[in-house]
Design a protein around this ligand. Structure first.
Ligand SMILES: [Zn+2]
Length: 225
């Protein structure tokens, strides 16, 4: 049985997503969450409808006489390589196969999770950089072995996580498949992966995480492959 997520992007993030102003890494997280979450899909659809109504009320914009021929000519051009997956595609997908990666993440990754070039990060923790977004922004998959305790760390910026498989918990609660979790500099924690299977998260960070004990910050942009 598919469980609906219980942790969601906030309203502001959904609004930025709906009007297209959210950056690509966070938009990828939101779009993939939408594949799991009927409630947020409906909210985004409502926000888009409101945005469309505002556009219809705008005064007509004067156009030059050659605008229409130019537009028609462009419509005849081949689509070429512009068919890259768009985050909004998740809203149109049936998202039926939620036992695996939903779109649009599936198209970004392009292969099974097991075939990815995982790099060891810490004991029991591997990562793959998806190369989405510009440094210091990083978009990665993080895989944590079942039962692994993530070292206690703080955050020097924002971390946006989407649980794709397994689950984890910290003092705030339990986070499962489809849940979106936002960590900021106020969060200092040591998450623990659930025992039943490895936990895989889509993670977007705009700054390194810092271990609480010891001088090291890890997940540095400089180790970007
Ligand atoms: Zn949601």
């Amino acid at each position: 049985m598919i469980r609906n997520p219980t942790h969601h992007p906030d309203r502001e993030m959904l609004l930025d997503y709906a009007d297209g102003s959210l950056g690509e890494p966070a938009a990828l997280v939101v779009a993939t969450h939408l594949a799991f979450c009927p409630g947020c899909r409906q909210q985004v659809a409502d926000l888009e409808a409101i945005g469309g109504a505002f556009l219809e009320e705008e005064e007509p914009f004067p156009v030059s006489a050659d605008c229409l021929p130019g537009l028609l000519a462009r419509l005849d051009e081949p689509a070429g390589a512009a068919a890259a997956p768009l985050p909004g595609a998740a809203r149109r997908s049936e998202a039926a196969d939620l036992t695996y990666l939903p779109e649009p993440l599936r198209s970004y990754i392009g292969m099974p999770l097991s075939a990815l070039p995982w790099q060891p990060l810490l004991e029991g923790i591997d990562e793959v950089d998806l190369g989405v977004g510009r440094p210091p922004m990083r978009t990665r998959l993080i895989r944590v072995a079942a039962g692994t305790v993530f070292p206690r760390h703080g955050h020097t910026g924002m971390e946006l996580n989407l649980v794709l498989a397994g689950g984890y918990h910290d003092p705030r609660g339990s986070f499962q498949r489809g849940d979106v979790v936002v960590d900021d500099p106020s969060i200092n924690h040591s998450p623990v992966a659930d025992l039943r299977e490895s936990c895989v998260c889509l993670s977007v960070t705009d700054a390194p995480l810092c271990l609480v004990e010891g001088p090291a910050c890890f997940l540095k942009p400089s180790i970007r492959s």
